[in-house]
Design a protein around this ligand. Sequence first.
Ligand code: SF4
Length: 366
Amino acid sequence: MEENKISAAETDFSSFDDEQEKEKELAAKQAKIEEDLLLPPDPDAILEVRHLKKYFTLKKTITGKPLSQLRAVDDVSFKIMPGETLGIVGESGCGKTTMGRTILKLHQPTGGQIFFKGVDIANYTQKQMNALRTDMQIVFQDPYSSLPPRSTVGDILSEPVKVHNVVPRDEMKDYVLDLMEKCGLRDYYYERYPHEFSGGQRQRICIARALSVNPAFVVCDEPVSALDVSIQAQIINLLIKLQKERKLTYLFISHDLSVVKFISDKIGVMYLGSMVEFGSKKDIFDNPLHPYTNALFSAVPNPDPDEKSERVVLKGDIPSPANPPMGCKFHTRCPQCMEICKHIDPEYKAIEPGHFVACHLFDDKD
Ligand code: SF4
């Protein structure tokens, strides 16, 4: 690492033309993206996302050309194997929720590929997606606003079963009651309304609704962050139990590292719309490489009073994704920032098998 610092520090950036270099960098990146997009998908992965982008246009010219864009998801790639849980962590506003919704096509992607079971669905129409909705579901963060207040639990859970013809009509009530039992809901809740339940019970209803159509893949978008700590554990245990029983694959989005550590097999760390580190739970927790990952982990309280942990306090606010900094997007807050970081965007690459990082500290490691 020391060697990398010296070589980066030795580079002279005094005559560096940022604009010209940025254009060159973008051209090289685009060439790499085009090359990658031609590769066949991994046949073993249930979900493979390649160079996914979701930009929101903030200002347009009168001809409709975007003048300014918010890069909520900016060139993100990863894959998930069947039965795995991929945890996505990062500060609020880092793009993790937008990424989850873009994968489910609740937002139309700006670019990239989304292979689900080997088929690229990035350009699927609404009609084509309707057929896939039974396989791809979402559990939202807020169990209070995501349930219709005027429908009973029975109606809420029967509706998707009816729409997608999951079971014959005469078997529907038994199917729903069985699902309720599996999700820890009593059978007499069938006739009750959402306002009669606590947050934890409502989240159980939301999970039951997502699972009512037998999906293979579920995006869990901060499913426990609106709940009390004691209830969080119950919901996480329920998600793990259901995953084992139904061989589910989860994309688990959270800002709570302890929860992510408990439930995930692999972890992706996002900053300002980009994936800055990705690896197995062991890679990320035992050997975090990116300075942002280190800063995030240093904020997790250590239950061992004898073990001294040093807190890395990040200075400044997260920059706007509408106007990200030049070079490494994290350089304005990075405690290990070097001159090269202010000018050149680091390449996202594998440092060891399955462990990816985007940081100039590892430029010489392949
Ligand atoms: Fe920090 Fe970014 Fe430079 Fe890595 S590339 S040292 S994260 S500023």
